[in-house]
Design a binder for this molecule. Structure first.
Ligand code: NDP
Ligand code: 2IT
Length: 444
């Protein structure tokens, strides 16, 4: 059996009940087979792949908090510090009832390669909790965040591990967590990113993942002879990534006709009204059923269905495995040109293969959504130098990073004879830098 297959088998055996983690490992290791085969003897002797797939540290803790009725609840908190070869651990905190160790490990593993691809000095980590902020009062969210940070603060710091937002963790949650960290540690430092602008946050961080997704999509389309103007775009999700992807797509002259949340989806043939979406989701924290009040000619449908809408570009921006083989078939039969992942691993392995086999340009999340964490790294730089950059400066850095990232993964795919396969390109390019740093630092 090949070294890659042995390690995949071992991962499945040693991490039972963690299918998302298996999926992420399988995708990466499958993609880097050629590189591993060329160095098989050395990699085996150094147990390089075993070290790559085993997190440096996994932390799991109790998070007790009191609701508005005086009832105590206990959630589970997680932080997986996956790989620090190229910098301090960096990655978001997911607050969603579906969170478990396997989910956090898949996200942390992806983050290692994504962060490497940004070209910035950040290692990979991820954390979160099975707490659900939906429907909770601000005081309840604060109580949870303070309890969560009371434990997490022992393991993080501006030069060791710098968490940020992800599903369910936005500006409000980061604010409460930062306040508690500062109180307990007595340090005003860049320990979290995605902070508010009044206390060390960076301009463009809120927009960065969605904007970055569109910058790389634009570059991909340009390199294949297409412009963005006039293109029909289908987006899933209605959170941070989806909203700013829709905003930037609109600015580029494309028309975004859908968005979704976990209850249903909106089809707005005239183009999604981003201001209305922001009002519903960012200000009022409501469900998408409200959208029709702002746009009477739009349609609301229960359940899932955005991938059934005919489009040129599809941008999954909600959650893992939300685009399956059947969806991929529908997209292809509707003539989709490109699928770029705003979310982490939203496309199943079978759907990815189907899209690629049918000539769809497919950019995986670890490349396409790297603009968020890249801008987090720019926030860390600003915190270190105690300065704030202008919107234009951060935005132009972000655009440069995403454009270079596209060419980096495109070149890596070509170098290994897989032109146009951006999954292979992203995994190899991300892997090369991490491995180089791991080799230089010895067996640690
Ligand atoms: P938000 O919490 O702001 O929004 C998430 C959106 O996805 C909501 O509309 C939510 O609907 C929907 N969603 C979440 N879970 C499910 C589910 N199980 N089924 C259906 N819909 C779901 O999160 P973000 O926009 O920040 O994150 C979206 C994706 O992007 C995630 O995969 C995240 O890991 C990834 N990402 C985020 C980055 C960031 O900077 N924020 C950076 C890079 C990647 P509902 O409100 O009903 O739950
Ligand atoms: O998945 C991701 O890259 C994020 N949620 C952002 C992480 C970060 O540190 O900004």
């Amino acid at each position: 059996m090949s070294y890659v297959d042995e390690v995949i088998e071992e991962v499945v055996k040693q991490n039972p009940s963690e299918p998302e983690f298996h999926q992420a490992v399988r995708e990466v290791l499958d993609s880097i087979r050629t590189v591993v085969e060329q160095n098989e003897e050395k990699f085996r002797r150094d147990a390089l792949l075993e070290r790559l797939v085993n997190p440096e540290r996994q932390i799991k803790f109790r998070v007790p908090w009191i609701d508005d009725n005086g009832q105590v609840h206990v959630n589970t908190g997680y932080r997986v510090q996956f790989n620090s070869a190229i910098g301090p651990y960096k990655g978001g905190l997911r607050l969603h009832p579906s969170v478990n160790m396997g989910i956090i490990k898949f996200l942390g593993f992806e983050q290692v390669f994504k962060n490497s691809l940004t070209g910035l000095p950040i290692g990979g980590g991820k954390g979160g909790s099975d707490f659900d902020p939906k429907g909770k009062s601000d005081r309840e969210v604060m109580a949870f965040c303070q309890s969560f940070m009371s434990e997490l603060c022992k393991y993080i710091g501006a030069d060791t591990d710098v968490p940020a937002g992800d599903i369910g963790t936005g500006a409000r949650e980061i604010g409460y967590m930062f306040g508690q960290y500062k109180k307990l540690r007595g340090l005003f430092e860049g320990v979290l990113t995605g902070k508010g602008l009044s206390y060390g946050g960076s301009l463009v961080r809120t927009e960065a993942t969605g904007y970055g997704l569109l910058y790389i999509t634009e570059e991909l389309m340009k390199c294949h002879g297409y412009g963005m103007a006039g293109k029909t775009v289908v987006i899933s999700g209605a959170g941070n990534v989806a909203i700013y992807a829709a905003e930037k797509a609109g600015q580029m002259g494309a028309k975004v006709v859908t968005c979704s949340d976990s209850n249903g989806w909106v089809y707005d043939p005239a183009g999604i009204d981003v201001a209305a979406l922001k009002e519903i989701k960012e200000v009022k924290r409501q469900r998408l059923t409200e959208y029709k009040k702002y746009r009477p000619d739009s349609e609301y449908h229960e359940g899932r269905g955005v991938w059934s809408v005919k489009c040129d570009i599809a941008l999954p921006c909600a959650t893992q495995n939300e685009l399956d083989l059947e969806d991929a078939k529908t997209l292809v039969s509707n003539g989709v040109t490109a699928v770029c992942e705003g979310a982490n691993m939203p496309t199943t392995l079978e759907a990815t293969k189907y899209l690629q086999d049918n000539g769809v340009y497919f950019v995986p999340g670890k490349a396409a959504n790297a603009g968020g964490v890249a801008t987090s790294a720019l926030e860390m730089s600003q915190n270190s130098e105690r300065l704030s950059w202008t919107f234009e400066k951060v935005d132009s850095e972000l655009k440069g990073i995403m454009t270079r990232l596209y060419h980096n993964i495109d070149d890596a795919a070509k170098r290994y004879g897989c032109e146009g396969n951006y999954v292979v390109g992203a995994n190899i390019a991300g892997f090369e830098k991490v491995v180089d740093a791991m080799n230089a630092q010895g067996i640690v």
